[in-house]
Design a protein around this ligand. Structure first.
Ligand code: SAM
Length: 248
């Protein structure tokens, strides 16, 4: 049987791809793409001429079965998504699961992911951190989501869309407190890359005053209170931080 390679691709800057990723994409018989046209840009840049097939949200189960047959026939298949690491808020889960169930070797070719890129440059505690993927699109669900993070005793990382970023940060400041320390990465690795680090209140002001700050792709990390400067905390949070520190 063949091997299923799970290949990370750039999150913006096309140069963020590993040598092994390029070699693997060239050497496989097939590349399963979230969007074959989107991936062509990358493939053209690096002279990758491998045959492609589509594996996206809407055909995942059917397409995964077909890919398993190819692997069982001895062909090597690479899986890529539109950006970053497959299966991280991206398609691929059913395929990788089926591969394991069929004793097919699955091999990761690691590389970019927006959440890890942000954490590497955020200077907030990463042990532990919880990754939530995309926030719920509806206001009420988002409210419940933010409430569920209290009392913020670990770092939380999530993706948010440009349509909702302003509302979402306002809501965050309201529910979790204006002094919550957070880091927002916008357009990482791209021309208008910007990393904001500060309080929720400061970020609300920044976004309100500069509409450009609402454009592009966003990843946000919230600092857990265990590691936070205690005078930045609200009273109930301070109390909890004291309790936590007693256990350190
Ligand atoms: N698989 C990708 C990864 O490994 O990061 C994530 C795919 S998910 C469909 C796309 C979301 O990730 C975007 O809406 C944004 O929230 C975040 N994202 C992707 N690229 C980004 C970038 N360059 N800067 C900031 N956030 C990014």
């Amino acid at each position: 049987t063949g091997t299923l390679f799970v290949v990370a691709t750039p999150i913006g800057n096309l140069k963020d791809i590993t040598l092994r990723a390029i070699e693997t994409l060239k050497a496989c018989q097939w590349v399963a793409c979230e969007d074959t046209r989107h991936s062509q840009r990358l493939f053209q840049e690096y002279g990758i001429k491998t045959k492609t097939l589509a594996l996206h949200q809407h055909n995942e189960n059917h397409s995964s079965q077909q890919i398993i047959s190819l692997l069982q026939n001895g062909e090597n298949v690479a899986l890529v998504s539109d950006a970053g690491t497959p299966l991280i808020s991206d398609p691929g889960y059913p395929l990788v699961q089926l591969a394991h169930e069929n004793n097919i070797t699955v091999s990761p070719i690691p590389g970019p992911s927006a959440l890890i890129a942000l954490l590497s440059a955020a200077a907030i505690n990463t042990q532990p951190f919880v990754f939530h993927g995309f926030l719920p699109p509806k206001k009420q669900q988002r409210l419940h989501f933010y409430q569920s993070l209290l009392p913020l005793n670990s770092t939380h990382v999530f993706y948010e869309s440009s349509h909702r970023i302003a509302d979402s940060i306002q809501q965050l400041a309201h529910v979790l407190g204006e002094n919550t320390t957070l880091v927002m990465g916008r357009e990482l690795t791209k021309r208008f890359e910007h990393i904001f680090r500060g309080t929720a209140a400061e970020l609300v002001t920044l976004i309100e005053n500069d509409p450009n700050q609402q454009k592009g792709e966003f990843v946000i990390a919230l600092q857990g209170i265990k590691q936070a400067n205690s005078d930045q905390l609200s009273l109930p949070q301070q109390k909890l931080a004291v309790e936590l520190n007693q256990h350190l």
